[in-house]
Design a protein around this ligand. Structure first.
Ligand code: ADP
Ligand code: MG
Length: 385
């Protein structure tokens, strides 16, 4: 993906002088590892080709200004006032990163003001983490212009802190890590306990395979409550089993878990424990046999979310079933659940066919028309110009 036409000119028109650089960061999708992050477990996301760009320049005023082609309002904060800053609307995702860098102890007393214009091809609110793409793009921009010299994990933490502290969304660090650590044709294995990362080759092109995100476009009203109750069940299960996190259990502990937990809590625990094992299995299978061999693991992940964790919905189950009927290697719910998206791995030659079948199947059942996107595992945050 190249710099969107008009971004540099738009910056020049808005701020009266050309930018000194352009930086960008991608959205993400999760290949496998769902609801494992807050259990200190394993996730395997990848950066996608849709990106969020920042054209920027130091302005010498001590004020950080942000404007976005996706939003009508422009926002600014004085660096000296970051302590007391309150962020309106979308500005928490952008100016919130400056606040987060300050709040996590980085000395910004000599940091100059910066003007930023943002443009993006990541669809907003479609489960591809346009929020982390924005935070990560701003983080690499400020890191360079302020010469902070921070490593990528420190930038990911600043993005997460912006989302938690400036926006108030209780999200984990997976999205920012995928956006900052992604590599072309690779997924990122993240261990949420140690925060260690590893690039995992996907070899999709060599295998003639493609990844699709099928966005059901439905979001159920009880999604937030459902997420909270799943977290509580996991905490309850860990307490009863005498471990700090479900990550500390293995498949061998499930017999004991079944004996001492109520049926529902046991099934929540079984999802998390087996999902962590499936992430490791997926990494090993990719290395030994290539992406065409991970279909069973994707399907087992979906069945576990549907039957044990109970976070799927009929629209997503139908998308997964239809994808398999259309010749997919594997498919599963991706994201928090209660609506949202499925991810499917399929022969690149079947993309058109699958899209048509998914649309027709949804229409037959009276469901909303899903949005189908090809997602190409791509390079993480970078300076483009
Ligand atoms: P997702 O991260 O799944 O796309 P979120 O609700 O977490 O959905 O984040 C979407 C929000 O992030 C938008 O409503 C907007 O406030 C902000 N946002 C994302 N991209 C941009 C952008 N390019 N310009 C301005 N705000 C953006
Ligand atoms: Mg988000």
């Amino acid at each position: 993906m190249t710099i969107p036409p008009g971004l540099v000119e738009g910056f020049t028109t808005l701020y009266g002088t050309p930018p000194t650089g352009v930086w960008s960061a991608p959205g993400r999708a999760n290949l496998i590892g769902e609801h494992t992050d807050y259990n200190n477990g394993l996730v395997l996301p990848f950066a996608i080709d849709d990106r969020t760009w920042c054209a920027a320049r130091v302005n010498g005023t001590g004020v950080v200004s942000v404007a976005s082609t996706a939003q009508p309002t422009r926002h600014a904060v004085a660096i000296a006032d970051l302590d007391q800053a309150r962020f309106e609307g979308w500005s928490g995702y952008a100016l919130g990163v400056a606040w987060a860098l300050h709040a996590s102890g980085h000395d910004l007393s000599r940091a100059p003001g910066v003007d930023i214009l943002i443009d993006s091809t990541v669809p907003l609110g479609a489960g591809l983490s346009s929020s982390a793409a924005l935070e990560s793009a701003v983080a690499v921009t400020l890191n360079d212009l302020w010469e902070l010299g921070l490593d990528r994990m420190a930038l990911a933490k600043a993005g997460q802190l912006a989302e938690n502290g400036a926006i108030g969304a209780p999200t984990g660090i997976m999205d920012q890590v995928a956006s900052l650590f992604g590599q072309a044709d690779h997924a990122v294995l993240l261990d949420c306990a140690s925060l260690s990362t590893r690039a995992v080759p996907l070899s999709l092109e060599r295998s003639g395979l493609a990844l699709l995100v099928i966005d059901s476009t439905v979001k159920h009203a009880h999604a937030d409550g459902g997420y909270a109750s799943r977290r509580e069940a996991c905490e309850k299960g860990a307490r009863a089993m005498g471990v700090p996190f479900l990550r500390d259990l293995t498949v061998a502990d499930l017999a004991k878990a079944e004996a001492i937990l109520d049926d529902e809590t046991f099934r929540r625990v079984r999802h998390v424990v087996t999902e962590n094992a499936r992430v490791l299995d997926t990494v090993e299978t990719l290395a030994s046999s290539g992406p065409e061999a991970i279909g069973e693991l994707l399907l087992a992940s979906h069945a576990s979310m549907r039957d044990d964790f109970e976070i799927s919905v009929p629209e997503i189950d139908l998308a997964v079933e239809t994808a398999m009927e259309a010749g997919a290697v594997g498919a599963r719910l991706t994201g928090g659940g209660f609506g949202g998206s499925a991810v499917a791995l399929l022969p690149a030659t079947q993309v058109h066919n699958l899209t048509e079948l998914v649309h027709a199947a949804a229409s037959d059942r009276g469901f909303a028309t899903p949005a189908v996107l090809i997602v190409t595992p791509s390079e993480g945050a970078r300076r483009d110009q």
